[in-house]
Design a protein. Structure first.
Length: 579
């Protein structure tokens, strides 16, 4: 048990580096830079206490007092948004403080009026933040969440949760203290305290909106693109043999499967009969009039079971691969079933899951495993987790966490060929495209540029460029004068860009540097794009009138083409994306 507690503490400790906690950080800073010196402690304690208690007990509470857990999140989002308003609008803060000060009664005066900007004010803020926070889930947190959701919490799991939350609290508290000192005590920032508070107020309001729309998870997934190994690092850290043994004891589940035999045969690491998908509370994306599917009905086909949940960042990052495999191999006999097993109580809401399937373009069947029935039959432990089942109903390959996409797709191809279906050995090597040969996202700032011809990238600074001839596929070249910045390239004089691409659609993120509308001319194979022009490039002219993504080209199918773009002076271009 001591080893498990050590790893629970370490897992909590390194959470400060995870993209799933980053949206909390500006909120913690915004809440800590105002009020007394005890407020950071109140904020952090509020977070860990509300998250810990709700994670362990919310399923019990709902059984006693039935209510929609999304209501808690909504209230928390409103609180955070309102607190942001009080920072953004000082007069509003004064009115709130004046109203609180008029409260009568010793309790109100002592614990509310006196401490609205002290420990208790921070504590209330932290309670709201703890409700909306959904951390990255490694095996330890997965065990905590699943046992809590199935009402099997015991003293050991409470202890593990407490130690895990202590690990989270320490770096958060140090971060809050450091931020408070930086913005209120240093000469550089202290004279701008009012403006800084307003900036954090705006950030809190924006974050509240992102959380309400669930778009914060999309942004977190994109952030994780820059740190792709974090999810697997967390799983690897917590998956050593001794930790697994301790987690099994807590689960009271010593065996991983009744008839499981692990193998090490290349791509295929398992060899046991697949259990049934069972105890499903609701099915999404089933064809109209179809019956509830069973794995036994898919003999002769290849089945991929994907355990996921819509707030899991690591799960979200695997979804483009799943949707591309579904599109590519469905006609060849691949059946993908997404088993949505909630990590938190509010993830049980059917409409939330439906919205997520639409958001991430999931068209294959999704089973809501709200009672963890299928999770238990598969003896699963992770989000995300993939189980690949052959034509005879045998689990042949498992993979937990992100990564190994090429290996998984290769295994799919081999198993499909075993069914008699002849499939191409072409692999989907990038999650941003459904076609292996499509041009990848291309950044135009010096910090992430990698497809400039002939040198791959350009150093920061202003320079004159000459267009290169014979630009290779998936590369671009510049002409004229450009100012290359870390995040974008700015047109200065006679600026032109040529791109050799393979795609159906071409998009470019642009903005005017002085906010005045500017024009861009688009040519396809040295001619006006005509019917192939994107919706923002009718007549071959793009009006850059806002900071956004512009569709330049819309071809009838994926093709190899050369794109030429001529820019007015003062246009900042950030990145190409392709579809």
């Amino acid at each position: 048990m001591e080893i498990l507690l050590v790893f629970a503490f370490l897992s909590g400790l390194i959470t400060i580096f995870a993209p799933c906690i980053w949206p909390l950080l500006p909120l913690i800073l915004g809440s800590s830079v105002t009020g007394g010196h005890k407020k950071p402690l109140g904020v952090v304690l509020g977070i860990v206490i509300s998250f810990g208690i709700l994670t362990l007990s919310l399923s019990y509470i709902i059984q006693i007092i039935p209510f929609d857990p999304n209501t808690l999140r909504l209230v928390s989002v409103i609180i955070i948004g309102f607190l942001g308003l009080t920072l953004l609008i000082p007069r509003l803060a004064q009115k709130v403080e004046g109203y609180v000060s008029r409260l009568s009664g010793s309790f109100a005066q002592k614990f509310v009026g006196k401490n609205i900007n002290g420990f208790w004010g921070g504590f209330v803020t932290g309670l709201a933040l703890g409700i909306i926070w959904t951390p990255c889930a490694g095996p330890i947190l997965a065990t905590i969440a699943t046992l809590a959701a199935t009402n099997t919490v015991n003293a050991n799991i409470i202890l593990v949760t407490a130690v895990y939350m202590i690990g989270i609290a320490i770096p958060l508290f140090l971060f809050a203290l450091l931020g408070r000192y930086l913005f209120t005590k240093t000469r550089v920032f202290s004279k701008y305290t009012g403006k800084i508070q307003q900036i954090f107020g705006a950030i809190m309001i924006l974050t509240a909106i992102l959380i309400f729309t669930n778009y914060d998870k999309v942004l977190q997934a994109k952030l994780l693109d820059y740190f792709p190994s974090y999810g697997n690092f967390l799983i690897d850290l917590e998956s050593n043999e001794k930790v697994e043994q301790q987690l099994d004891k807590i689960r009271k589940n010593e065996a991983t499967s009744d008839n499981k035999t692990s193998t090490s045969d290349g791509l295929f690491n398992e060899q046991y009969k697949a259990p049934e998908v069972t105890g499903i509370t609701n099915w999404i994306n089933l064809p109209e009039g179809s019956q509830t599917p069973k794995l036994s009905e898919f003999r002769g086909k290849v089945v991929l079971i994907d355990f996921w949940t819509y707030t899991c960042i690591n799960c979200i990052r695997t979804l483009p691969y799943l949707t591309s495999w579904d599109e590519k191999y469905r006609e060849n006999g691949l059946v993908i079933i997404g088993v949505h097993t909630p990590e938190f109580e509010f993830e049980k809401d059917t409409q939330n899951v439906i919205d997520a399937t639409k958001q991430y373009n999931i068209t294959y069947p999704v089973a809501q495993d709200n009672n963890y029935s299928t999770w238990k039959t598969f003896k699963n432990r992770y989000w995300p987790a993939k189980y690949l089942i052959d034509k005879d109903g045998i689990v042949r390959r498992t993979h937990f966490g992100e990564g190994e996409y090429e290996e998984t797709e290769k295994a799919i191809q081999i198993l499909l060929n075993e069914t008699g279906s002849s499939v191409s050995d072409e692999l989907v090597d990038d999650k941003s495209s459904f076609n292996r040969n499509i041009t990848l996202e291309s950044y135009l700032g010096s910090s992430r540029m990698s497809y400039y011809h002939p040198n791959g990238n350009i150093s920061q600074g202003q320079d004159d460029f000459n267009l290169n001839i014979n630009i290779p596929l998936n590369s671009f070249s510049l002409g004229g004068t450009w100012n290359i910045m870390p995040e974008y390239a700015k047109s200065i004089k006679n600026s032109v860009l040529e791109l050799n691409f393979r795609a159906q659609n071409v998009y470019l993120v642009m903005r005017s540097s002085d906010s005045k509308p500017k024009k861009v001319k688009v040519f396809l194979d040295d001619l006006a794009p005509g019917v192939s022009a994107g919706k923002d490039a009718k007549g071959g002219i793009v009006n850059v009138d806002s900071d956004r993504l512009y569709e330049l080209i819309n071809l009838p199918q994926v093709e190899n083409k050369k794109l030429r773009i001529e820019f007015e002076d003062g246009i900042e271009i950030f990145a190409f994306t392709f579809g």
